[in-house]
Design a protein around this ligand. Structure first.
Ligand SMILES: O=c1ccn([C@H]2C[C@H](O)[C@@H](COP(=O)(O)OP(=O)(O)OP(=O)(O)O)O2)c(=O)[nH]1
Ligand SMILES: [Mg+2]
Length: 159
């Protein structure tokens, strides 16, 4: 079993990983962090409004009952408007391909330049429930009912 100094001393789950490139094992920056950072293996330049599918050089085998979610990094989002189009991207337990990140430059004016090795997103490993969907004639009542999409107010935007 490969080991890495940066791996947390106490982990909740072991996840097998293969490194498809010369990249670091995804690491948590601080104890207690939820997301382990993923890097890009390529240089990318995203024009305003442009998106790209960016390889990370890692593939993983999650245990059954887990999924991993590809989240944006808040610093890149705040400073450059860089986000993950499908945030959070879902990595299924059965997926053995390379994890990729669909980055989007939401900035209206500035291009974003990323270089090989830059940390571009973070991977959150979580337990997930699988549901059995049971078709019913009608659903049990609830306080919310069918209200949604701003039904609780607190919305000052006008169109
Ligand atoms: O940000 C992401 C999202 C997904 N994936 C990989 C892992 C995931 O298990 C697979 C499929 O993702 P998803 O189910 O979201 O995509 P889809 O468009 O429904 O494709 P598929 O028909 O293959 O399920 O793609 C990534 O590498 N990065
Ligand atoms: Mg799918």
């Amino acid at each position: 079993m490969p080991t890495d100094d940066k791996q947390p001393e106490h982990a909740d789950v072991d996840v097998l990983i293969t490194l498809l490139d010369d990249v670091p094992v995804p690491a948590y920056s601080h104890p207690g962090d939820a997301g382990a950072d993923l890097v890009t293996t390529v240089d990318v330049r995203l024009a305003p409004g442009e998106r790209a599918l960016v390889p990370t050089g890692v593939s993983i085998a999650l245990p059954d009952g887990y999924a991993a979610f590809v989240h944006p990094r808040s610093g890149l989002a705040t400073r450059h408007g860089l986000t993950v189009v499908n945030a959070p991207g879902t990595v299924d337990a059965g997926y053995r391909g390379e994890i990729k990140v669909t980055l989007l430059n939401t900035d209206a004016h500035e291009a974003v330049e990323l270089h090989r090795g830059d940390r571009i997103a973070q991977l959150v490993v979580q337990k997930v429930e699988r549901a059995r969907f049971l078709v019913a004639e009608r659903l049990p009542g609830s306080h919310r009912g069918s209200g949604g999409f701003g039904s609780s107010g607190g919305w000052s935007a006008t169109t």
